[in-house]
Each structure stands twice: as C-alpha cells, then as structure tokens.
Design a protein around this ligand. Structure first.
Ligand code: 0X9
Ligand code: ZN
Length: 422
C-alpha cells in the first residue's frame, strides 16, 4: 500500500514537472521583492505587483516560503502558453509555431549571417564566438571597415548580444534587424557609413541557441529560460544571466538546480557565459555592451545586484545615456535593481570588472497582457525599428562614453557624430 502511494506521488510529480503556473505576487515592499527574487524570476513588476510564469519547482517554493504573498495563481495549459498556436507536424522539429515562422531559428540565424558576410565582404566578417554546451557554434558577425580589422584592437568597439534567455526570441530579432540595417545603409546613409568606418561592431544574435531551440522543439513553446545543462539530479539548465562572476550568488538567484534562476555550480560554469567573458577580455577596445532581453520595455543599467548606484561620473553617464535612448524607443530607463535585485548578470560583470558601459534592454511587449514572452511575429518589425537609433547611439558612444555628458545645448547627439573625434 505504502509503495503504491509512493509510486503514485512519484508519477504525479513527474507529470507536474513540465507544468508551468501563472502567479501574481505582492511585492509592495523592497523586503518582499528581494525575498521573491531569491526564489523566482519576475516577468513583470507594476505598482507593487509581480506577474510571472514559473515552473513547478519554483511554484512549490513560493507556496512553501511565501504563501501569503501569492495573490493569484493558476496552472497553465499548453494551449495558454502557446496562445492558440497549434503545432504543425511534418515540418522540422526546430521551427517556430504556426504564425511565428518569421522568427529566426538557429539555422536561419547562421545562414543569414553567412549570406551577409558574403554580400558585404569589405565590412562584414564571420565571428566565431564559442560553442554551446550541446556543441553548437555560437555565430556572430563583426562589422567594421576592412582597415580596422587588425589586432591589437584599436578601433572603439561595442558588443551586442541576444538570447541569453531561451524564450526571449525577440532578443534575437532586434540584433538581426540591426545587422541588416547597418549593412544595407553603408555607403548611402552618412551616419551609418561613418560609424562602420570608425567603430568595431560585434553582434551575436543568439547566445543560448540550445535553450532557444529547445523552447520551440516540436513547434510548441515551452517557457524555457535557461540553457540546457544537465544538472545533478534530473533537472536541466543554468540561468545564464545569474552565472557571471561579479557578485555571483549574493542575492536574487538560486542555488537549487531546479529553479529557473539557478546560478550554476560556479561563476562562468557555462560555456555560453564563458564565451562572453573570454571575448570581452580579449577585446580591450570594447567600451559599450548591449544585452537584449524581453519583456517590459525597459532600459536597465548597473547595479543590478545592489540598490546603490554606481556613483560619480559613471552614474551620470549611465543615466544620461539611458534617458537619451528612451526618447527613441519610449522604454522606461531605470537602474536594474529597481526592478529587483539579481546578481551574476551580464552588465554588473561587464561594468564591474571591465568598466564597460553595459545596458540590458527589456524589449516589447510592455506587459503580459500583450503577449509576454510570445507576442507573435507581428511585433518584430516595430521592435527592431524603434531600437535602431538607440543602438546607433551606443555605437557612437563607444568612441568616448563621457562625451554624452558634454552635450551642449543645441547639439544633436542623434545626428551628431561631430561630438566625437576619430
Ligand atoms: O532577470 C533577468 O535576468 C532580466 N530580466 S528577464 O525578464 N529578461 O529575465 C533582468 C536583469 C536585470 N538585472 C537585474 N535586475 N539585476
Ligand atoms: Zn532575459
């Protein structure tokens, strides 16, 4: 009898392992917000309420540790996660659900990059950024005029990275759109031409291809966030945006492998984050970095791991840049920890150890009611478009980040390459 019960419990647990839950939580006080950030990822925070889709383990943790803060919850059906998109059998397993085919798969990213490199050989070269845990090459592109391609890297540089998080597929589309814009406008648009002639631009649209492709496997979305590390026990995945070394494991992440905010067994335990570290450390010309994520329409800057600001002139620089970019995409500029405390993210590491002016963009939609992580292919063009000028500005600022503070009345930073000397 006892054995039967145990078996039943085990069976129920296995069935629930793939289940996700919608949760609404009270995060009015900073103390509650910090408590929750140690357990789960908050997809969206508005007016003291957090909304999130969490896996079974994280849901159990919430029920156990903060039951009073749960205002609302329900288990999500596959149908709800997929927003009515039905799988289309007979196609490649690794294709987006019906209606969302415009999103790039891993193979499509690679063939698009290869085609661009072939078409624009004088300004674009292939970038082998590293290898994922499952052994896929992390492809990128380097855009700069031929004469700048010499080592040591002297031309001011910038790195754009998409898809740290698997389900955030728009974070691959924005950098893909940026690549297209830059290449197609070289030689015709004076601003773009000047930037490519005077900057070293590195773009990696899909860092976590293992996770991103798992998320669409079988043409069904799965709300997958992490990479595909096989952890001790039977769970998978490390949250790559909790795996960087700066402040690693000191708040807003979990030591439990089953959590969606699992920090990993050690800083840089994952080949994907290690690839970023290695690349950044080898390219001393990098002055700016943009890590694309979704969603909520935010422009985030360090610190993310503590409530204090970075202080001094750098603080002013971050704030000014964020505000300036926000005029173009209408996103909300804020310090990352203002959303919630999280340690081990890209930007705290890039700024904290390398002095790089690093931003995290939370792209569209603004809220879960507009599609959350899966807003549909219809938003790709607009999201790409509104984020072009902010990206161009960042490319400019790589020349001298502090120049943004010297902007005089009447100067137009958006058009004004005149602020910088090359
Ligand atoms: O939690 C994250 O990793 C980022 N949000 S996402 O929804 N894309 O997962 C935000 C990271 C910002 N950093 C901190 N709040 N520390
Ligand atoms: Zn993310």
């Amino acid at each position: 009898m006892k054995l039967a019960l145990l078996l039943l419990t085990l069976l129920a647990q296995t069935a629930l392992a793939g289940t996700h839950h919608f949760v609404q939580l009270d995060v009015q006080t900073t103390a509650n917000r910090t408590k929750i950030a140690n357990l789960i990822h908050m997809d969206q925070v508005i007016d003291g309420v957090a909304y999130s889709v969490v896996n079974q383990f994280d849901f159990d943790q919430l029920q156990k540790k903060v039951p009073k803060l749960i205002q609302n919850s329900h288990p999500m059906s596959e149908q709800e996660i997929n927003g009515g998109r039905t799988p289309r059998p007979g196609f490649s397993d690794y294709e987006f659900p019906k209606g969302d085919e415009k999103f790039h798969t891993y193979d499509e990213v690679n063939s698009s990059l290869a085609a661009s490199i072939k078409k624009y050989p004088s300004i674009a070269t292939a970038l082998n950024f590293g290898t994922t845990l499952e052994g896929k090459t992390i492809h990128g592109i380097r855009i700069t005029k031929e004469g700048n391609r010499k080592s040591p890297y002297v031309t001011p540089g910038i790195l754009f990275v998409g898809a740290h998080h698997a389900r955030e597929h728009l974070s691959t589309e924005a950098p893909m759109g940026l690549i297209k814009y830059l290449l197609e406008n070289y030689g015709t648009n004076a601003r773009v031409t000047k930037l490519i002639d005077n900057r070293d631009i590195y773009i990696v649209p899909m860092l976590n291809s293992d996770g991103a492709m798992y998320d669409i496997k079988g043409r069904k979305y799965k709300m997958w966030r992490k990479n595909r590390r096989k952890n001790s026990g039977s769970s998978f995945g490390v949250d790559l945006n909790r795996n960087y070394s700066f402040g690693w494991g000191t708040g807003g992440s979990s030591r439990n492998p089953r959590s969606d905010v699992f920090m990993g067994p050690a800083p840089f335990s994952e080949p994907e984050t290690m690839a970023v570290k290695k690349f950044v450390e080898e390219h001393s010309n990098l002055r700016m970095l943009l890590s694309y994520h979704t969603f909520s329409e935010l422009i985030l800057y360090p610190w993310g791991g503590k409530n204090e600001g970075v202080g001094g002139k750098d603080q002013e620089t971050f704030v000014k840049m964020a505000k300036q970019m926000a005029t173009h995409n209408k996103y909300k500029p804020m310090q990352a920890s203002g959303l919630y405390i999280a340690t081990g993210d890209t930007c705290d590491w890039a700024y904290g150890t390398q002095g790089i002016f690093c931003f995290t963009f939370e792209l569209s939609p603004k809220s879960r009611w507009r599609g959350g992580f899966y807003p549909g292919a219809k938003v790709i063009d607009r999201v790409t478009k509104v984020n072009i000028i902010p990206a161009l500005e960042m490319i400019e600022w790589a020349g001298d980040p502090y120049a943004v503070l010297r902007k005089r009345k009447g100067d137009n930073v958006s058009n004004g390459l005149k602020l910088f000397t090359y």
